[in-house]
Design a binder for this molecule. Sequence first.
Ligand SMILES: Nc1nc2c(ncn2[C@@H]2O[C@H](COP(=O)(O)OP(=O)(O)OP(=O)(O)O)[C@@H](O)[C@H]2O)c(=O)[nH]1
Ligand SMILES: [Mg+2]
Length: 382
Amino acid sequence: MSLVVFPFKTEDPEVVVANLRVAAEHPSVSRVLAVGFEVESTYQAVESERDDMARAASTPIDLVLQERVGTKRSGKGDGMNTALRYFLDETDSERIHFYDADITSFGSDWISQAERAADLGYEVVKHFFPRSSTDAMITWMITRAGFALLWPRTELPRIEQPLGGELLFTRPVVEALVADERVQAQSDWGIDTLYTFSTVQAGFSLYETYVSQGKAHALYGGLTDLRTMLVECFSAIQGLAGEVVGENVTHQVEAAEAVPPSITEKIGYNLEVTLGLLSQNWTERQEHLLDGFPDPIRRGMLANRDAATFLFMDEEAWHLTYRRLLESFVPGDADWDELLFRLWITRVINYTATRALRGYEHAQSYLASMVDGYVHAAQSGP
Ligand SMILES: Nc1nc2c(ncn2[C@@H]2O[C@H](COP(=O)(O)OP(=O)(O)OP(=O)(O)O)[C@@H](O)[C@H]2O)c(=O)[nH]1
Ligand SMILES: [Mg+2]
């Protein structure tokens, strides 16, 4: 039997409550856990509904606040790590599932799919979803690119959605994650990167299950939230550089099906607002930090002070940029954070203008071949 966990902050209470109910009613689920960030309106809504729901489903629904487990900003990582400890200490379940609480397309099938893969013997199951061509830009440009450049011979760059928050772990995996100090320290948005990295490094088998209806969820709170996520996801990779990862991991990816127009035609962000960011918030120190970057990148970025320019930031320029960032980026330094954000936006706009605009199919195969290209470049030497 399984424990199903929803980490949540402030979300639409109706969505969170509906998702808790779906989980509680699933026949493979013996307990449901909601992990809140603080006592606020969403927490109170869950508190007032959970007894009735639990009674109706004959499945306990617990509600806890996240503990301070890690050493970075206290965020989703503390929430998820709190749940791992709860799973080991308070339950004798064999499996734990995580789902984001804000998903409006969540269904019972998601749990069944993960259970089926675990029944086949897989130790980690990750859900993956069709994404619009301008979504998942942290995943592609930061995480998959970084995995390719740093661990080209491993399964890491082959993982579809390494930052996805929908997944299943078997009990031995949870024991390993709780024993891994790097994982427990990662209290921020870097937690998904650490879970993915640590389980692959430890050699656990991985199954990726495809959810064709997609993950419909709350939109970004704004570009500031995205910036925090970007910085924390990059810092997580940077902190792992130098780690050794073995090549032999069992990894199966379910075939994807045709993608609906609601996803292929979706435009992921506001191009005009984003272009404007290229010329804002420059400081003299940021200009100096660019001294360490190869010249086309340094010159191109400085030109953005006057007018948006991004055609120079193709995949080769991003490769050089990424290597430089790995060497020099200082987490928590406001100018480095801003520069990283601006470099990444330049890359995302370049990709949008030269690739995403050519259509969904083209964009998808381009992104996959970009990662392959990094894998090849990294294998043939620095
Ligand atoms: N317990 C806890 N949950 C969190 C925290 N931050 C986010 N969450 C929850 O984690 C899940 C994923 O967060 P989202 O903000 O939706 O992040 P995302 O879906 O990766 O990115 P978006 O595209 O911005 O929605 C949601 O259920 C959030 O409510 C936190 O600090 N603590
Ligand atoms: Mg979300």
